[in-house]
Design a protein. Structure first.
Ligand code: ADP
Length: 499
């Protein structure tokens, strides 16, 4: 009935318009309000279409439409993590046999490790390997000020995963939730509002409902760097009962990752990815990917068609410390920085020959200069090794004092690191105090730390005093050239010592 009335009214209006044009009326005056009205109608209709529904596109990352192209062979290092994860995926890959054996389906795998180590890559590779649909979301997307929104989003995500699998004719789906600690923190801790609790409860309900009888099996893969913040309910059997540690890569892992990302890049003959791997201790996979990209940008900027070792060195420093800064130091400041860095380098080389990868007085971000050391993977430190590391840290300040008669604020960060190491010695029972209780009084701790550091400063002074000539030559060169590779540095240190 209403439809009829509308159509008659519209027809009438149109007839009137035609009549007006025939009679010579100027209609342009109506056009502006009409177009505004039309625009308004369009906006209203599009909002009407999307408004009441929850937009899943904003929740999932948009990668849900196809199986991610990542495979496990695109993931470098992480051999143990990959093995454990693959093992956990057997139930999806071989669901018939798993069911025959009466194995309870795995509902969740938690990947724990620092950012950029390849957790997202692993989840995508898992979807590829098991032929599952893939949807991804981040914990922070669920947490809202309004009660019930987060829980609704969790439900929506699982629904979306199942629907996608059905559309793609798949029997399984992987729901990847990054930063899951935001979504599932310990319940009752957020007293300000109960939203977190409701969201977590919904996740648990959804995971509990992920039964093997469902047409589509859903595996939840969570990623976090803080498993300690998670509600214990999430870690109970039947939920995230597989925890896979995804650590920063060791040297072999870094080399593997570098090789994967360098495969698509032209490298010059002088490039040694082994050297880069040795000099990038503490880098994640994401850092290494970025390093190669920055190196390629360096080559492009210089108009070269291949990446050389110097590009890689520059890129390593950029990823480690950020962009070169444009600040200008006074002549004396520059000299002070140079001597300071040479002090670190000489002691580093003396306590661990071959350890200096580069020295530079090009300032980047907050660092006015720095040395890079190549470092083997090491999980235990002896007392001597800790004392040597303290010597390297204090050498900059000691050198400044020897040359300029005074130290400067430039050593603040070094001192902090040296104090940390000395503290570690005390609580590992490696200090003159022997074994101590964790509640050692602050005064006793402080005196012991000061004593350890003072002794190392004295030892450093003796070592540096014996190499004044070499230090002068190296510092002169550093002031001229701003940066020096480890080999050049060693050549100068050796040459002077022989003569
Ligand atoms: P996470 O989820 O652990 O924060 P991602 O999986 O998102 O880390 O990694 C970000 C990027 O870093 C990847 O797209 C890839 O380019 C690179 N990357 C990280 N780890 C690895 C790895 N183990 N092997 C190869 N590339 C890696």
């Amino acid at each position: 009935m209403g439809k009829w009335v509308k159509e008659i009214a519209l027809g009438g209006a149109l007839a009137l318009l035609v009549l007006a044009v025939i009679l010579g009326f100027d209609l342009t005056v109506f056009l502006f309000p009409l177009s505004i009205a039309a625009l308004g109608a369009m906006v209203v209709s599009s909002r009407g279409g999307l408004g009441p529904r929850f937009s899943t596109a904003s929740l999932a990352t948009g990668e849900s439409s196809a199986v991610p192209a990542v495979t496990f062979s695109d993931i470098g290092g992480q051999e143990t993590a990959k093995r454990e994860f693959l093992e956990a995926l057997t139930f999806l890959k071989d669901s018939v046999r798993t069911r025959q054996l009466g194995i309870r389906p795995l509902k969740g795998v938690l990947l724990v490790g620092p950012p950029g180590t390849g957790k997202t890559l692993m989840a995508k590779a898992a979807a590829n390997y098991t032929g599952s649909a893939f949807v991804a979301a981040s914990g922070s997307q669920f947490v809202q000020m309004y009660a019930g929104v987060g829980a609704g989003r969790v439900r929506q995500l699982f629904k979306q995963a199942r629907a996608l699998a059905e559309r793609q004719s798949k029997t399984s789906a992987i729901v990847f939730i990054d930063e899951i600690e935001v979504l599932g923190p310990k319940r009752g801790k957020n007293t300000s509002h109960m939203e977190y609790d409701q969201t977590l409860n919904e996740l648990l309900t959804q995971m509990d409902g992920v039964e093997s009888e469902h047409k589509v099996q859903v595996l939840v893969v969570g990623a976090t760097n803080r498993a300690d913040l998670l509600d214990p309910a999430l870690l109970r059997p039947g939920r995230f009962d597989r925890i896979v540690q995804v650590d920063l890569p060791d040297k072999a892992g870094r080399l593997h990752i570098l090789k994967i990302h360098a495969a698509s890049k032209p490298l010059a003959d002088d490039v040694s990815l082994e050297t880069v791997a040795a000099e990038t201790h503490g880098f994640s996979g994401a850092h290494l990917e970025s390093l190669l990209n920055e190196a390629a940008i360096c080559a492009l900027r210089d108009g070269r068609s291949e990446i050389n070792q110097s590009d890689l060195r520059d890129a390593t420093e950029k990823v480690m410390l950020g962009e070169r800064s444009s600040r200008t130091l006074s002549k004396e400041e520059r000299q002070r920085v140079a001597y300071h860095e040479v002090g670190h380098a000489v002691i580093s080389e003396l306590v661990r020959p071959g350890s200096v990868a580069s020295i530079t007085i090009v300032s980047r971000n907050r660092a006015l200069g720095f040395i890079r050391q190549s470092q083997d993977d090491q999980y235990l430190y002896t007392k001597d090794q800790l004392l040597q590391a303290i010597q390297v840290y204090v050498a900059g300040a000691v050198m400044e004092e020897m040359v300029f008669g005074q130290r400067s604020t430039g050593a603040a960060n070094d001192i902090e690191q040296a104090v940390d190491l000395a503290k570690r010695m005390v609580f590992s029972g490696l200090s003159p105090l022997g074994i101590v209780s964790p509640d050692l009084p602050a005064a006793g701790l402080s005196t012991t730390i000061a004593q350890i550091i003072k002794e190392q400063e004295e030892a450093v002074e003796v070592r540096l005093t014996g190499r004044k000539q070499e230090i002068e030559a190296i510092t002169r060169r550093l002031l001229e050239e701003e940066s020096m590779g480890g080999e050049d540095f060693r050549a100068l240190l050796q040459r002077k010592r022989v003569s």
